[in-house]
Structures are given as structure tokens and as C-alpha cells.
Design a protein around this ligand. Structure first.
Ligand SMILES: *[C@@H]1O[C@H](CO)[C@@H](O)[C@H](O)[C@H]1NC(C)=O
Ligand SMILES: *[C@@H]1O[C@H](CO)[C@@H](O)[C@H](O)[C@H]1NC(C)=O
Ligand SMILES: *[C@@H]1O[C@H](CO)[C@@H](O)[C@H](O)[C@H]1NC(C)=O
Ligand SMILES: *[C@@H]1O[C@H](CO)[C@@H](O)[C@H](O)[C@H]1NC(C)=O
Ligand SMILES: *[C@@H]1O[C@H](CO)[C@@H](O)[C@H](O)[C@H]1NC(C)=O
Length: 397
């Protein structure tokens, strides 16, 4: 018997049987499913045919397996006309003949053909352009985009599309050209539309904000702050594209900023308000191209000039403790959370320390008392060896 089971003929038969069963069952599922998708315009009359051939017998239509249909008419040849179809008219439609046999089913999706797009482009350095777009009118339907880009008098080049995030990227645009044009064609099952946008790259050039800002005190200088930062990581390193930086600072709580412009990545403030925490922000711009844009400001950074007295106790002033870390005030980093965490840790530390102090004091006092008694007993033993011994023993008990 095992010989028979493992014989090639038998295996082939088993394989064939399982294969035909599987294909049979998947065919079964396939006929149950709605494989056709039909697209229609919202707020229009949408006609669904009951299969390809003309049908004379009366038919019954179902929507999402329910006999309740949106506002409609059924034509004499069995077609269903949905009147002024809205979103709820989407779904699966099936038509049956009068003996209950399924003739056809179709999935209906409703939306709008593409309209013009609103396009905006970001230029974070001289070798990269990212354009993103939004639909003026929502189409509600999946779309494809074909985007291309060119400088005046040059060839169209593809702009590489990311459909999910609705943007496209161009590397190494011809930056020396004054004008550039982006062309995006949006296509869905109801139509297609091409939008053109024309712009000047050198006016759109806008670096990302500087990074790693630090605000430091200098020992012995109560009015001095040293502010430094890194150029944005998306800006090329080197002297080819110099940046101009704009620094602003003010004592925490003041309305008025003091400002410094610098082409270095560090400035020294000599007029800080002694003893006060200061807020600091930095932004950057291409130093050569005066038509380009300033970056956004960095998040707020904090620092306090050196002071003769000791640094404040972090427990008494958690805000100051936090600002001493010169952490940016951004929600992304959640400095508040870490502050409260630190507060919690400090509280725990204090509790532990006080607890150990109490324990230590108790133990020490106990030892001291025992030692004292021992001494007194020794004393007594020496002085009143004969009479006092019993009494001292009783005391110690
Ligand atoms: C419509 O048909 C598809 C494919 O058979 C199915 O996945 C879907 O659940 C159906 N929708 C409704 C609302 O019946
Ligand atoms: C939709 O059909 C109804 C009834 O046949 C008709 O009155 C109406 O004008 C049609 N609407 C459109 C937009 O074609
Ligand atoms: C039918 O199902 C589709 C999803 O397949 C849904 O969008 C639509 O609202 C449903 N309509 C009704 C009337 O149940
Ligand atoms: C996109 O447009 C370009 C230029 O018109 C064309 O050559 C290319 O075939 C299009 N690509 C797609 C996927 O439609
Ligand atoms: C320009 O910016 C893009 C996007 O941030 C970045 O991927 C690219 O590396 C940058 N180019 C240079 C030369 O820094």
C-alpha cells in the first residue's frame, strides 16, 4: 500500500484532483463576487445595465443585497437608472430574472472627473524642488498623476510622483533659468485634466531652519550668551552657497526682540539681562540671492547668562531647570513630559534620601543609647560591683 501511495501516477492524480478542486472553488467565489466596477458622476443620472445582452423578461434589482433602491427608474430592457445619484447610491448592484436567477452584478463608485489642481512648490536648496498639490474639487475616486517639469526653452523632464502624499520631486533643476513650468495631468475613470504652474525657482528658494541651536553662558560674564547652531542638513556644506543667519533673543517675558545678523554659525550676545532666562530663535536665507526667502524660525531655545550665586534648585523652580537644558519648546520633543518625569524622579530621590536619613538617625541613636547604657553599666559595675549589678541588669531588660 505505501508503495502505491508514493507511486508517481498516484501522486499525479492526487495533485490533479486538488488542483481542479481548488480552481473549481475559486471559480465559485469568483461568480459570487462583484468583479465589474462601474464609475459614475455624483448628482447625475447613472444607468446600470443588466448584463451585456438585451433582456426582455422583467428583472429585479438589489442594492447591497437589499431590495430597497435609491431613487430610480427601470427601463423596459431591464436597465436601472439611478436619478440624481448621491454617495449613498454607491455599492453593489445585482439584477435577477423573475425566477430568481442572478443575471449580473456590478459595483458602482461615484465621484467627479478631475478639475484643476492647486500647486505649490518648495525649494530647500539649489538642487531640489518638491511640488505638492491639492484638488480644488474633491473627486472621491482613485487617480493617477503624470507630472513633468521644464525650464524655459528646455525639454520636459519627469517630476517623480508620490501618489500617496501627492507630491513630485525634481532633482537638479536648471536653476539658472528664470522661469520653470510644472505640468500635472490627473486622470481617473471619469476623465482627465492637466494643470500648469509657472514659477521662479530663485524666488521660491527657502532653506530649512538651522539645526542644533545651543545657548550657553560663559563663566564670569553675567551679561553674555553664546548662541551657536548648525546649517540646515538639507543645505550643501561648503562655501559655494553661503547662508545669512538672523538671530533674535529677548529676556523671557519681554515683548521686544534684539536682533543680530551673521554669516557665521555663532554669535556672542553681550547685552543679555543679567540673571534672566532668554528666549532665542534663528533663521537662515541664501546670502547671495536677495529675492529668496527666509527659512521658518527655529523652535524657541532658552539660556541664562552666568550668575555669581549658585544655580537655582531644580525642585524649587522646575521651569528654570528645564530651560537650563536649552531644549526647544516644540511639541515633537515633548519637553514638558520629560520635565514632569524629571520632577517625579527628583521627588523620588528626595523621598529616598529623607527616608535613609530617618533610618540612619534612628540606628545611630539606638547605637548611642546602647553604648551609653553599656558605659553607665560598666561604670556602675566598677563602682558598685556588689550591690548595683542586679539593678543594671533589670534596667537593660
Ligand atoms: C460588494 O462586493 C464586494 C466584492 O464582492 C464585496 O467585497 C463587498 O463587501 C460588497 N459590498 C457590500 C456593501 O455588499
Ligand atoms: C435625470 O432623469 C430625470 C427623469 O428621467 C430627468 O427629469 C432629469 O432631467 C435627468 N437629469 C439629468 C441631469 O439628466
Ligand atoms: C452600500 O455599500 C456601499 C459600500 O460598498 C456604501 O458606500 C453605501 O453607502 C451602501 N448604501 C446603502 C444604501 O446601504
Ligand atoms: C506622461 O506624460 C509624458 C509626456 O506627455 C508621456 O511621454 C508619458 O508617456 C506619460 N506617462 C504616463 C504614465 O502616462
Ligand atoms: C536638497 O534638499 C533635499 C531635500 O531635503 C535633500 O534630499 C538633498 O540632499 C539636498 N541637497 C543637498 C546638496 O544638500
Amino acid at each position: 500500500m505505501p508503495g502505491l501511495l508514493s507511486s508517481p501516477v498516484c501522486l499525479t492524480v492526487i495533485w490533479f484532483l486538488s488542483w481542479s478542486l481548488r480552481s473549481c472553488s475559486s471559480a465559485q467565489i469568483w461568480t459570487d463576487e462583484v468583479s465589474d466596477v462601474q464609475y459614475g458622476r455624483l448628482e447625475s443620472n447613472v444607468t446600470l445595465a443588466c448584463g451585456k445582452s438585451q433582456i426582455r423578461t422583467p428583472v429585479v434589482w438589489y442594492h447591497n443585497r437589499s431590495a430597497v433602491l435609491p431613487r430610480h427608474q427601470v427601463t423596459s430592457d431591464g436597465r436601472l437608472v439611478l436619478l440624481h445619484a448621491d454617495q449613498s447610491a454607491q455599492g453593489n448592484y445585482s439584477c435577477y430574472n423573475d425566477s430568481g436567477l442572478l443575471l449580473h452584478s456590478v459595483k458602482l463608485r461615484l465621484g467627479h472627473p478631475p478639475g484643476l489642481l492647486s500647486i505649490s512648490c518648495q525649494v530647500p536648496n539649489h538642487s531640489f524642488v518638491r511640488c505638492s498639490w491639492e484638488e480644488h474639487v474633491k473627486t472621491f475616486l482613485p487617480a493617477k498623476y503624470n507630472a513633468s517639469f521644464k525650464g524655459t526653452g528646455l525639454e520636459w523632464r519627469p517630476c517623480i510622483v508620490n501618489v500617496a502624499i501627492k507630491h513630485c520631486d525634481v532633482e537638479l533643476p536648471a536653476f539658472w533659468q528664470t522661469f520653470h513650468t510644472l505640468r500635472i495631468t490627473q486622470t481617473n475613470d471619469l476623465g482627465s485634466e492637466t494643470t500648469y504652474a509657472r514659477f521662479k525657482l530663485h524666488e521660491l528658494l527657502k532653506p530649512n531652519p538651522p539645526e542644533s541651536v545651543s545657548v550657553k553662558e560663559q563663566d564670569g560674564f553675567p551679561k553674555k550668551l553664546v548662541i551657536s547652531w548648525n546649517i540646515p542638513s538639507s543645505w550643501p556644506v561648503g562655501d559655494a552657497f553661503p547662508l545669512m543667519f538672523h538671530v533674535r533673543y529677548r529676556p523671557h517675558g519681554s515683548m521686544y526682540w534684539s536682533e543680530i545678523y551673521s554669516s557665521d554659525s555663532e554669535v556672542v550676545v553681550l547685552d543679555a539681562l543679567a540673571g534672566h532666562v532668554h528666549q532665542v530663535q534663528v533663521r537662515a536665507r541664501d546670502d547671495v540671492n536677495s529675492e529668496s526667502q527666509w527659512s521658518e524660525w527655529t523652535p524657541m531655545f532658552f539660556g541664562r547668562p552666568w550668575a555669581a550665586y549658585t544655580t537655582p534648585d531644580p525642585v524649587e523652580d522646575p521651569d528654570d531647570f528645564y530651560t537650563f537644558n536649552t531644549t526647544p519648546e516644540t511639541p515633537t520633543e515633548n519637553p514638558r513630559d520629560s520635565t514632569s518625569d524629571d520632577e517625579g524622579n527628583v521627588g523620588l530621590m528626595i523621598l529616598l534620601v529623607s527616608f535613609s536619613v530617618v533610618i540612619l538617625t534612628t540606628v545611630l541613636s539606638l547605637i548611642f543609647i546602647v553604648w551609653l547604657r553599656q558605659r553607665r553599666r560598666d561604670h556602675a559595675t566598677i563602682q558598685e560591683r556588689a550591690s548595683g549589678q542586679d539593678e543594671v541588669h533589670a534596667n537593660l531588660m
